[in-house]
Design a protein around this ligand. Structure first.
Ligand SMILES: Cc1ncc(COP(=O)(O)O)c(C=O)c1O
Length: 427
């Protein structure tokens, strides 16, 4: 990575003022950081293994400009729904460079994917294998496996354990029966996949998961006449949201490769499909402060609430996973930033909508100031909703030359209200 390039996006006060003109809340992404993270991953894979493939898990941020950047940097695009696939097609990405995930793909989705010429499908259930057979699919197929490892992360983003809705269990023989079913159905099975969890700071689960599925493919594929060509170990590498220290991309890739090398030859393609670690730190969200209240608190004496013009709908992660972030204040006019004071950043939505509890903010914060929240490039815009009928925010991209381009427009009232259908006879 270019030494002059920051590892994560931090907007200068000048940049905050410039971007706030587009309206807040607003998501901001940095093209150079996204490209650099992808290059880091690509180089780390190439250094650690002979034959590699990098996927980008587009659920992390499926803005079509981001997909275009990822594809132009050589990533395959992991799409987990027809909508994500359509966003990739909109970005002009070759469908053969996309591959389909999803634990309950419908016939309609599969028909669309096959008709467009999608490059790979990751099968998740026996029903899907039958559906693909009935559609005459010859598209390269991976089996999603549950390798029976329990990652140390939030329960809502743990997926590698036996008790999961995803894929075929290795331990109870379902994986083996799935390979047999692929043979009986005449499908073009080429590899195995697992994704054990997200925001992982300890690589043990991914390493063990990778070993288990590689071992499985090595033993079971030949028994049914298939050659193991690809092992996809999913994504999951954590990022720094609030003081975490994830492994460096280089070290992570090396450790996974070293473990898998003991199981399969490096002529087999080793694939990773990160999402968060490619885009989270390339993004910030910018909010405006609407009011500041100091209220009596039993536990704190006084609690300061700083209300911003976003929250649950543009970043559901604090409410969903208790996710924490770091943030910074930009005053609306030159002002000496006094000492920091623990503040609760409250969103504008109903429910309690505390975006962040007891984070340090300069005590002089007031209405009209701006707060930027770091590390929001992943699972923010892609998880946003219209709760309380707020329009979803725009996204702007800081380009390689420093200029700023809008890459996703804020929703209009027509879009927010456009689905209504009032029966004429309703009184
Ligand atoms: C199948 C699959 N692959 C990759 C990812 C990307 O994970 P992360 O963003 O943690 O790298 C996910 C995330 O949920 C996933 O479900």
């Amino acid at each position: 990575m270019d030494a002059s390039l920051p590892d994560s996006l931090r907007l200068s006060d000048e940049r905050v003022r410039e971007i706030a003109q587009w309206g807040t809340p607003i998501y901001v992404l940095d093209e150079a950081i996204i490209r650099a993270k992808i290059a880091q991953y690509r180089d780390a894979l190439a250094l650690s293994w002979n034959s590699t493939r990098l996927g980008y898990a587009s659920k992390a941020n499926s803005t079509s400009a981001v997909l275009k950047i990822a594809a132009s940097e050589g990533c395959w695009i992991d799409v987990a729904s027809e909508g994500e696939f359509r966003a990739a097609l909109l970005a002009g990405i070759d469908p053969a460079q996309c591959y389909a995930h999803g634990n309950n793909k419908s016939r309609v989705e599969l028909e669309f994917a096959l008709a467009q010429g999608i490059g790979m499908i990751v099968a998740d259930s026996f029903e899907e294998i039958s559906l693909l057979a009935s559609l005459g699919s010859k598209t390269p197929l991976l089996l999603r496996l549950a390798p029976g490892v329990d990652p140390k992360t939030h329960g809502k983003i743990s997926t590698g354990q036996d008790d999961t809705k995803f894929g075929f269990n290795v331990s109870d023989g379902s994986g083996r029966r799935a390979v047999e079913a692929c043979r009986d159905a005449g499908l073009n099975l080429i590899g195995v996949h697992c994704h054990v969890g997200s925001q992982l700071l300890d690589p043990t689960a991914q390493i063990t998961g990778g070993e288990v599925i590689a071992q499985f493919g090595q033993e079971v594929f030949p028994a049914f006449g298939f050659e193991l060509q690809l092992v996809n170990v999913g994504g999951g590498l954590g990022v720094r949201h609030s003081g975490e220290s994830p492994l460096a991309i280089q070290e992570y890739c090396q450790r996974v490769a070293d473990a898998i090398r003991a199981v399969v030859s490096d002529q087999v393609i080793l694939m990773h499909e990160p999402g968060r670690s490619l885009v989270a730190e390339a993004g910030v969200t910018l909010y405006s402060v609407g009011n500041v209240k100091d209220v009596p608190s039993r536990s704190h004496g006084t609690r300061r609430y700083v209300a911003v013009d976003g929250g649950l709908a543009d970043n559901p992660r604090p409410a969903l996973y208790g996710a924490k972030y770091e943030l910074a204040l930009t005053p609306s006019e030159p002002r000496k930033l006094a000492e920091t004071q623990a503040s609760t950043i409250s969103g504008r939505h109903c429910e309690t909508d505390k975006l962040f509890e007891d984070v340090p903010l300069p005590g002089c914060v007031r209405a009209g100031d701006w707060v930027q929240v770091f590390g929001t490039g992943a699972y923010n815009s892609s998880m946003a909703s219209n709760y309380n009928r707020y329009p979803r925010p725009a996204t702007v991209l800081i380009r390689l030359d420093g200029s700023v381009s809008e890459i996703q427009r804020a929703e209009t009232w027509e879009q927010v209200l456009g689905r209504e259908a009032l029966p004429e006879d309703l009184v």
